[in-house]
Design a protein around this ligand. Structure first.
Ligand SMILES: C[S@@+](CC[C@H](N)C(=O)[O-])C[C@H]1O[C@@H](n2cnc3c(N)ncnc32)[C@H](O)[C@@H]1O
Length: 281
């Protein structure tokens, strides 16, 4: 297991595992910090980027926000999963930006897609998935025109939603178990990307940190987002959990009534994102 960094991504079929839904909910609930980061990127860029590459675009949280922010830009979304890209194309169509968004299926572990001459590379929560991030970042550098930027953002972990009192701290135990798994499978998750960007040849020009701490009134999608995140964590950890924690999660996720994640009134959203902006000199 230890030397296989990203096995789950190489199934390529996300249609049944709920990840596309989770990414859409993530975009709905966490759009505020992303908007802040895009503003910082726009200010750093000075002039508006005309050609933007979204690496590991997923269902397009970044692609669509960037398309809205930069109305003259052409966007290229690259992902290993055709399901993700299909959903992204549908969303781009609904948003009226389909004509400016191109999707390119490619496994970044296999090599660089045929994309170059971009003003901005956006990589959100994707670089920790690739086996050799410095190689991919070097390829990205080569695809960026001189003076252009890379905007990389990563989370230290999944967001938290529940008060500590729930299930005697069950959410904390889920996070601890998942962090141990990730340390084995995805060693770059939670890494300091500044030195990796520099190693790849970028000059790091900013490294903003965003604290996410949402309280009521929460975005309407929050209960569904909390359910999707906790359910995914439970699935990933199945037999590592105690019988007691499994029972608590069963009540929270599969039950009905005010105790359940979908109906309880004490949810919050706590998380953080660290971002880096690198420039090709
Ligand atoms: C956590 S999601 C992030 C999606 C999106 N950037 C966002 O912020 O919502 C990671 C994405 O990286 C993609 N990915 C993982 N490994 C990849 C690889 N080797 N080549 C291309 N895409 C990859 C996955 O398919 C997934 O869509």
């Amino acid at each position: 297991m230890g030397n296989h960094h990203h096995g789950h991504d190489h199934q390529h079929d996300h249609s049944t595992d709920g990840l596309p839904d989770l990414l859409d909910l993530d975009a709905e609930v966490l759009h505020a910090y992303q908007a802040e980061f895009i503003t910082e990127v726009a200010e750093t860029a000075g002039e508006e980027p005309r050609r933007i590459l979204d690496l590991g675009s997923g269902t397009g949280a970044g692609t669509l926000a960037l398309a809205a922010r930069f109305p003259a830009a052409e966007l290229i979304a690259v992902d290993v999963s055709p399901d993700m890209l299909e959903r992204l194309r549908a969303k781009a169509g609904h948003a009226g930006v389909g004509g400016r968004v191109q999707t390119v299926p490619a496994d970044l572990d296999e090599g660089w897609p045929n994309v170059d001459d971009v003003d901005l590379v956006w990589a959100s929560a994707s670089m920790h998935h690739v086996a050799d991030p410095v190689r991919v970042l070097r390829n990205a550098l080569g695809a960026i025109r001189p003076g252009g930027l890379i905007a990389l953002v990563e989370a230290a972990g999944m967001p938290r939603f529940l008060p500590d009192s729930v299930g005697n701290g069950v959410e904390g135990r889920l996070h601890a178990a998942l962090a141990a798994n990730h340390a084995e499978e995805m060693p770059h998750r939670g890494a300091d990307w500044g030195p990796l960007l520099e190693k790849a040849g970028f000059a790091v020009v900013a490294a903003p940190h965003y604290r996410i701490n949402l309280v009521a009134p929460l975005p309407p999608a929050t209960p569904r987002y909390a359910h999707a995140v906790l359910n995914r964590m439970r699935t990933g950890l199945h037999n590592r959990l105690s019988a007691e924690d499994r029972a608590t999660l069963h009540t929270l996720l599969d039950g009905h009534g005010p105790e359940t994640v979908l109906e309880r009134d004490d949810l919050t959203v706590v998380g953080d994102r660290t971002a880096w902006i690198g420039r090709r000199q």
